[in-house]
Design a protein around this ligand. Structure first.
Ligand SMILES: Cc1cc2nc3c(=O)[nH]c(=O)nc-3n(C[C@H](O)[C@H](O)[C@H](O)COP(=O)(O)O)c2cc1C
Length: 327
């Protein structure tokens, strides 16, 4: 139990109390058990897995190590939300029933993924084109599993189809317990600012909790999103990469380099423990540019860390980095 959990819940996902108003975004390749559990420990209020395609969890399919790895969690991460992605009502229901046996607290449906390989098959953001199908998905899912079902959406397919209010109502009327809103349409990339006013509109239009998402990078952004939209919590993606302290409401430049290096060492330990050696180290390397964002004159060491192939050398490089940056 973290310190915040002694105070009253910020909101409920159906009957699950949520202590805190900041949540790590589901992020493919980043929201794995090691990083999720670090963020949860520092204050992220729900542990969302990265999205898991339903075809990898259907009854016909043998659950492979990779899929099970995505769905493993530490008990102290609870509440845990398994995010699934699929296109048909039946496949989503079947997958949800199957993974309910792994005892997550929440099943979350991905309705925002803008990757072509996902939406071309009708999953992710493609679902936004069919609010009637979203209604069926939530009706059937909530009737089929005993835990709360939630969804993460974007604002619509494109600028001409910003149907987020219709989607939000379809979700609420069919039993969704929460809506997370990435305030962009499917075809908008990060170069355009997220439209937070749409989060405010959804919050006013439904009575289930609403999580706001998109462009909350700094502590000031977080406070502004909370104030401007009235959302129940802020979901943080890119702002949390290499920066788990955002869940303690600290900006990157407020964290001393010694703490960052200690966290990189801990993160690496967790990665090696979870994925084994050398995969844990290989997967750790992509976090490095994020942890070391903003430091000038470290090109050589950064480059060496990104190519490093054994943990001992990695630690030596971190020693060198600590020395260089504490001068
Ligand atoms: C590397 C990466 C992977 C992502 N994977 C997922 C995912 O698996 N499921 C999902 O719902 N959103 C995914 N997203 C979207 C984020 O959850 C979030 O909605 C988006 O980055 C906007 O939030 P931000 O401005 O705080 O980054 C991903 C984003 C990034 C950058």
């Amino acid at each position: 139990m973290t310190g915040t959990e002694r105070i009253s819940p910020r909101f409920y996902v159906r009957d699950i109390p949520i202590y805190g108003d900041l949540i790590l975004s589901p992020m493919a390749g980043f929201s794995d058990l090691p990083y999720r559990s670090i963020c949860r420990e520092l204050g992220s209020a729900i542990s969302y897995t990265e999205f898991v395609p339903v075809n990898t969890i259907s009854y016909q399919h043998k659950l492979t190590g990779r899929t099970l790895q995505r769905l493993r969690y530490k008990p102290e991460e609870r509440p845990v939300a398994f995010q699934i992605s699929g296109s048909s009502v039946e496949s989503l229901v079947e997958a949800a029933k199957r993974i309910e046996a792994l005892e997550p607290d929440i099943i979350d449906v991905n309705m925002g993924c803008p990757a072509r390989r996902v939406y071309a098959g009708g999953a992710g953001a493609a679902l936004l084109r069919d609010p009637a199908k979203i209604a069926r998905i939530f009706r059937e899912l909530t009737a089929s599993v005993s835990i709360p079902v939630t969804g993460k959406i974007r604002l619509g397919w494109d600028a001409h189809h910003r149907n987020y209010m219709e989607v939000a109502r379809a979700m609420e009327e069919n039993g969704a317990a929460l809506i997370a809103v990435h305030a962009r349409t499917r075809d908008e990339d990060y170069s355009q600012p997220a439209a937070w006013e749409a989060i405010a509109e959804i919050k006013q239009g439904v009575s289930i909790p609403v999580i706001g998402n998109g462009d909350a990078i700094t502590v000031a952004d977080i406070e502004r999103m909370l104030a401007e939209t009235g959302c129940d919590a802020v979901m943080i993606g890119r702002g949390a990469l290499g920066h788990p302290w955002i869940f303690q409401r600290l900006d990157r430049d407020q964290v001393p380099i010694e703490d960052k290096i200690a966290m990189i060492r801990r993160h690496l330990r967790e990665m090696l423990g979870f994925y084994g050696n050398p995969l844990g180290l290989v997967l750790m390397r992509k976090h490095i540019p994020h942890y070391l964002k903003g430091y000038p004159n470290i090109r050589r060491l950064r480059y060496a860390l990104l190519r490093c192939e054994d943990a001992e050398t990695f630690h030596h490089l971190l020693d060198e980095l600590a020395q260089l940056l504490s001068q």
